[in-house]
Design a protein around this ligand. Sequence first.
Ligand code: TYD
Ligand code: MG
Length: 477
Amino acid sequence: MARVRTVHRCQECGAVEPKWSGRCPECEAWNSLVEEVERPAVAGRDESLDEGAGGPVPIREVDGASFAPVATAVGELDRVLHGGLVPGSVTLLGGEPGIGKSTLLLQALTGLAQRGQRCLYVTAEESAQQVRRRAERLGVLPDGLWLVAETSLPRILAHADSLGPTVLAVDSIQTVFDPALSAAPGSVSQVRECAHRLVRASKERAMSTVLVGHVTKDGGLAGPRVLEHLVDTVLSFEGERHHALRLLRALKHRFGSTDELGLFEMTGAGLDGVPDPSALFLADRRPGIAGSVVAPVLDGHRPLLVEVQALVAKSHIPTPRRSAQGLDSGRLALVLAVLESRVGARFHEADVHTVVAGGVKVTEPGADLALALALTSALAGRALPEGLVACGEIGLGGELRQVHQTARRLGEAARLGFRTAIVPASAPATAPGIEVRRAATLAEAVALADLLATDGTVIDVDVVPTPVVRPELHVIG
Ligand code: TYD
Ligand code: MG
């Protein structure tokens, strides 16, 4: 067999180089060269016509029924996929190692097999025994779910030919390789070539394919964006390793919007859907604590109530510490600056720690106001009134700006028993069951939240130094 040659193509300008280098010699983009297989042009033959998907058809006569999604019975996954897996589609499930991709995949295949789909699970990382043991742990060994431990692409395709599955899953695409290519397994050219052939096989057989992909530290899937444009759907499975919460999002979806968010909890018996995340996030909340504010935020279409916490303590170092967990540190710096210059709250001698409880990440500006109130409350050592939520974006002038879908956010807050909301003056909507208090500026919001001293200034306990308890040292022996 002829040796396959590889070249390096710039992902920015398309220039082809025989050797890798850190910078594209053509467009001077950094780190844009990606190794790929060189395809010699075959004279006199147009491959695209050979594949024979048929000629042009009037749009009304195109068969739309075959695009009906097949439900996986994993509710939160079906929510993100808008119904399930579309026959002939290719889905890439990406996430960090250990996050639960194989578990989610196995649960989805189990659900599909129980609904009469013929599923082939190609395990290229674990043995078939390990997968079986996991399936036992999840409690079901359905008929119609077939397992094979295989890493060679031609053999995987041969297995798919002989079994004829309606759903093929490959776990993971980085461990699959084509022996005809000289590149090492896991290299960009191997991964891309194997994915490309699996995509073709999937379209030819109208078989849904799920590829599992490990995400590198910087968030890319096996090199920058090599697979994302090949597949129909890119799912990202995220979560903090030390939290049970897992979030599933679609980064790309050819059969629906990418706005849905799926939430799971990792339990001893697999992943459980979380139909009521707000209740979960607020379950451990202790009311009456200074520095805690509940914010109704929006993730895609899904309203979530999260607790924003702040702790302010006297700093013992020249450059006080600022930490933001689950929040954007740039946003924290901005909110602190606005509080100092527009409201008169002083944080410059204090260490500031902020957290979104429960392991969620809040990146939208709708949580600004809650963050500002949590910081002020922590500085004043004074808790906010019970049953209060706050949402709004903060401008550099100290003004409050409305955020989209305020009514949905407030509706979710009312459902969970919150009775008062502080919102920007311009916020258009209200929701039944919740009293809306409007503030045009951050200073007004601080006053509404009852965080001002009687003389109208921000209560500033001047970051009282907390007594330091020195542990006694005992000499043993
Ligand atoms: P896994 O699906 O193997 O992750 P990935 O394929 O993304 O690498 O699962 C990873 C972790 O999930 C593993 O550390 C064990 C844990 N786990 C549970 O807590 N409960 C379960 O029922 C299962 C199957 C796994
Ligand atoms: Mg795995």
